[in-house]
Write a protein that binds this ligand. Structure first.
Ligand code: ADP
Length: 164
């Protein structure tokens, strides 16, 4: 039976690290639902619709992939989608702590939904959305971390914000 996996996150913005996990998750599960968090407590720089559109544009024509917004508990969302796996990435020891807590909490909320972790690809091991925003603000180059379309959108948005 082919049941989808859910890859939930803030994707603000989607990085090459996220796209790598999407690609590898698809290869593992065949069907992947990328769930873009609407309630990002982090004061997102891009709206949910913008983050969804960016991921869709980068993955257009990719079979087995759906990108959608979600609110509330990831396990509850996974259940509505008939998914039994939550896919996450762990980049560092710092990630491990919070990801481990989240996985145990999710498992106590719904024991039938498993969390599956992927290690990052080597080139993206230290890549985070927060870091790329800081690099752009400091005037650094980000082509290694973001696709050209996402890099343009981020540079434009941060420039607009700085002009406020
Ligand atoms: P961030 O932590 O960069 O704000 P998200 O909250 O959108 O990203 O992350 C969603 C999931 O993707 C998390 O499990 C996170 O650990 C994982 N992830 C983010 N960036 C990478 C990367 N470069 N390599 C592997 N996993 C990643």
């Amino acid at each position: 039976m082919n049941r989808p996996a859910v890859y939930a996150g803030s994707f603000d913005p989607p990085t090459r690290g996220h796209l790598d996990i999407i690609q590898r998750g698809l290869a593992l599960f065949g069907t992947l639902i990328v769930a873009v968090g609407k309630n990002v407590g982090k004061n997102p720089i891009f709206s949910t619709a913008e983050r969804i559109a960016m991921i869709e544009a980068e993955c257009s024509g990719v079979e087995g992939l759906t990108v959608t917004g979600f609110d509330g508990l990831a396990v509850a969302f996974a259940r509505t989608q008939g998914a039994h796996v939550l896919l996450r990435g762990i980049r560092s020891v710092a990630d491990f702590e919070s990801e481990f807590q989240m996985a145990l909490t999710n498992s106590s909320l719904d024991a039938e939904i498993e969390t599956v972790f992927l290690a990052p690809s080597e080139s993206y091991a230290f890549l985070s959305s927060r870091l790329v925003k800081e690099v752009v603000l400091a005037g650094g180059k980000i082509d290694r971390f973001l696709t050209p379309a996402v890099a343009n959108a981020l540079e434009t948005r941060l420039r607009e914000k700085n002009d406020d």
